[in-house]
Design a protein around this ligand. Structure first.
Ligand code: MSP
Length: 516
């Protein structure tokens, strides 16, 4: 079995999870489940980023210790995972000993190799915000914004990682591996960025300014600052699991691609002699009315509200169907309802109900065998072959929105096939051919439903399992044989009914006047 290790970014624990965080978990979960269907041995990691100034400050405000604060918020992030039906194998917290140990080992190794040095850093410092400022933080008139309070120029000694000396190597690596970053145009942006000279990376903060971090193994007066700590989680989580590293992919948002994941991370690994991951998938943002959804702007949606109202499957379906991985998408409830009603309830749910209903009404609940193959059946078979042939490469290339579109097209065609055959009419006939067609139509819709359903396994695992259960069908663990049109459920006893996507409360819109 091919090993396939996949990770999400680890979330900061200074606020509650929102839809953007949920999306990243769902997207990664869909990739993980898809690879499992393809027969890979998947290891899926997610987790939380617990150190740093913001957590230290938020804890102080609440009058509790940073660890207690991190414990509370981390628990909230963790609790979201089962609610979204995320199939992660591991959950890492950067305050865990297994992580801290590896961070210290890597730092020590790089220090011993001469890749880390101490130097003086001069800059403008805001005591109120406890941070160094950059030129871009100034107002147009050159003054510092009010929120920074008094700003003074200070000199501070810190540790630096020799990033600069790896710049040519990174450019060469990315030029040779043009699919390292998905989507490809992002890789081009990284190469553009690398046309400017890199600076070495400051990796520490003096303990008196930041206490909440991992102390440097070679100087106790300092703690590791942000990225050197956070990025190493991908490696520390599996350092004691042979055969898992390197990761196949890191799934992250586009805001943390440049420079952390596209520049710091490959160089850190190269310098430490650790193999590089297979690639990085940079997804876009969920927006509200054109602005990035985030805790700081206060426009963030709580994913749990939608899950409670519509169920995890519908929520997952919407996120994956709506977002073209890499691009941004606006979240609106109206659009959610449109997809829910037209694609899930009216199209997919309808096929499930018709299949159960017809099988019970005309075949005593037992899926019959197909007896005749005419144009209508041939057309649906051909469409299935085309759908399967298109959907798998689309999933392999992370084009899940298009894969779902094709799958739904097949479901729509199956509903159209039922309309065409009209079993309710055939059932009234006494002609032998009509009755053979009736049995064939039931066999065909049931097999088409089994197949279309199989293609939805990674996105709507619960609904898929429920449908298989009502069809009396136990699927194989992978897709090696599942996706072949056959007679896999002939003779199967189906259930009476299944309510999958109940109608939500009607939207608050004035009723449209009926046409005269
Ligand atoms: N802790 C760092 C990541 C360290 S990875 C070694 C961080 N945390 S975060 O909580 O701010 O963001 C976590 C992930 O959520 C990031 O990949 C980020 O891009 C993603 N999202 C946050 N808001 C988002 C949207 N509005 N939409 C989609 N994803 C976005 O960055």
């Amino acid at each position: 079995m091919k090993s396939f290790y996949i990770t999400t970014a680890i979330d900061y624990v200074n606020g509650s999870p929102h839809l953007g965080h949920a999306y990243e978990k769902v997207l990664t979960d869909v990739i993980a489940r898809f690879r499992r269907q393809m027969g890979d041995c998947v290891h899926f990691l997610t987790g939380v980023d617990e150190h740093g100034q913001k957590v230290q400050q938020s804890a102080k405000k609440k009058g509790i210790a940073p660890q207690q604060f991190a414990d509370e918020v981390s628990a909230e992030f963790r609790a979201l995972l089962p609610k979204l039906n995320i199939s992660n194998d591991d959950f890492i917290r950067t305050t865990e000993e297994r992580h801290k140990k590896v961070v210290r080992q890597v730092l020590q190794q790089l220090f011993d190799k001469g890749e880390i040095y101490k130097a003086e850093y001069k800059g403008f410092y805001s005591t109120r915000q406890e941070q160094f400022l950059q030129e871009k933080d100034r107002l147009p008139d050159g003054k510092w914004p009010e929120i920074f309070g008094e700003v003074t120029e200070i000199v501070e000694s810190n540790y630096f990682f020799k990033l600069k000396q790896y710049q040519d190597w990174l450019v060469e690596f990315l030029t040779k591996n043009e699919d390292f970053i998905f989507p490809r145009y992002r890789q081009k942006q990284v190469l553009e960025f690398l046309k400017e000279p890199l600076n070495d990376l400051c990796i520490s903060r003096p303990r008196e300014r930041l206490e909440w971090g991992i102390s440097l193994p070679f100087d106790d007066g300092y703690v590791t600052y942000v990225w050197f700590d956070a990025l190493l989680n991908y490696y520390s989580a599996v350092a004691d699991k042979p055969g898992v590293w390197p990761a196949a992919y890191h799934v992250i948002g586009k805001d943390i691609l440049l420079p952390p994941h596209a520049v710091y991370w490959p160089i850190m690994l190269k310098a430490a002699g650790i193999p590089l991951p297979g690639g990085i998938i940079a997804h876009g943002w969920w927006m509200t009315a054109g602005a990035k959804m985030s805790k700081s702007t206060g426009n963030a949606l709580n994913p749990l509200d939608l899950v409670t109202e519509f169920g995890a499957d519908a929520f997952r379906y919407f996120l994956i169907r709506e977002m073209n991985v890499g691009q941004d998408s606006d979240f609106t409830r109206e659009q959610f309802l449109v997809r829910y009603n037209s694609e899930l309830a009216n199209n997919f749910g309808n096929l499930v109900n018709r299949t159960l209903n017809m099988t019970n009404r005309f075949a005593a609940g037992i899926v019959p065998a197909a007896e005749v193959v005419e144009d209508a059946e041939r057309e649906l078979h051909t469409l299935w072959e085309a759908t399967r042939a298109e959907v798998l490469p689309l999933c392999e290339g992370f084009q899940f929105h298009a894969a779902l579109e094709k799958t739904m097209f097949f479901i729509t065609a199956t509903n159209a096939y039922i309309e065409k055959r009209a079993p309710w009419k055939l059932g009234k006939s006494a002609e032998a051919h009509d009755l053979a067609l009736l049995r064939t139509s039931i066999a065909t819709m049931a097999e088409a439903l089994r197949l279309g359903n199989a293609l939805l396994t990674a996105v709507m695992p619960d609904a898929v399992a429920k449908i298989n259960a009502v069809l009396g069908y136990t699927p194989g663990a992978t897709w090696s044989e599942e996706l072949v049109w056959g007679a896999r459920i002939t003779g199967s006893k189906v259930a009476e009914s299944l309510v999958l996507f109940p109608r939500p409360a009607p939207p608050e819109k004035p009723p449209v006047a009926p046409k005269k």
